[in-house]
Design a protein around this ligand. Structure first.
Ligand SMILES: [Zn+2]
Ligand SMILES: [Zn+2]
Length: 242
């Protein structure tokens, strides 16, 4: 009884419940009332200078313009950008989106990308034709009921008034979950897993691939390789975190 009463009082005075630290809080914290101010402030951001390929922060930008990962692997996309590091609060939010079916989170995570684009003018959207989400394999889509990358891409397309193309790029082979694999295995695992339906739709187009997370870049690189082989003019990548 007392517990119920306390809960109701908390809801009344502190109507918001922080997704990251599970505390009730009162004030709007910038990400659609999902995070308390402390957690909102605790989101780790990617800051310039950015690696010219993957967009991660470069510690020694005066010596090089590619990070160690990008010097080691051939990545087929032109450039990638992510507002956040894949750690802490951001990792938690992305996990909630993917595995707890919290679809409303997609808009909030897209909001982090939107802020980044406005802050840095990167990527320069005026040169691009469409956002294109990394597709899920059909059995995985059935299981999860939504594609988190598509929800984020749709929110970006709506916000910037750019086209959303979620039909041309398709996943034709199911892949082992990348999280279990080392770097080399990730690149081998993903090879040949995409196909294009109506390749004419991407000929000479500037495309921004959208996904939730960029780790080795293997998935986006494979999609970019196929798109460019079929005539795409340029392929950039946007993810929430990297
Ligand atoms: Zn919190
Ligand atoms: Zn890099």
């Amino acid at each position: 009884m007392l517990k119920e009463y306390t809960g109701a009082a908390l809801d009344l005075f502190f109507p918001n419940y922080c997704l990251a630290c599970q505390k009730h809080f009162k004030h709007y914290a910038g990400i659609e009332n999902l995070l308390c101010w402390e957690c909102w402030q605790d989101i780790k951001k990617n800051t310039p200078p950015f690696c010219q390929r993957c967009g991660r922060h470069l510690a020694n930008a005066h010596l090089e313009n590619l990070c160690a990962n990008c010097r080691k692997h051939t990545l087929f996309f032109d450039r990638a950008f992510s507002p956040c590091l894949y750690t802490g609060i951001t990792e938690k939010l992305i996990h909630c989106l993917k595995y707890n079916s919290q679809e409303h989170l997609a808009d909030c995570l897209a909001g982090l990308i939107i802020d980044f684009i406005k802050d840095y003018g990167l990527p320069p959207l005026e040169y691009f034709d469409m956002f294109m989400p990394i597709p899920l394999y059909k059995s995985k889509l059935r299981e999860r009921e939504f594609n988190q990358a598509e929800l984020i891409a749709a929110a970006l397309a709506k916000n910037f008034g750019l086209a959303l193309n979620s039909t041309t790029l398709v996943r034709v082979r199911n892949t082992q979950t990348q999280t279990q694999l080392n770097e080399g295995q990730r690149f081998a695992n993903i090879k040949g897993c995409f196909s294009l339906r109506n390749p004419q739709a991407i000929k000479d187009k500037m495309i921004i691939l959208v996904d939730d997370v960029l780790t080795t870049g293997a998935t986006c690189s494979e999609a970019a390789r196929l798109l460019k082989e079929n005539g795409a003019q340029g392929v950039y990548v946007l993810t929430v975190a990297s």
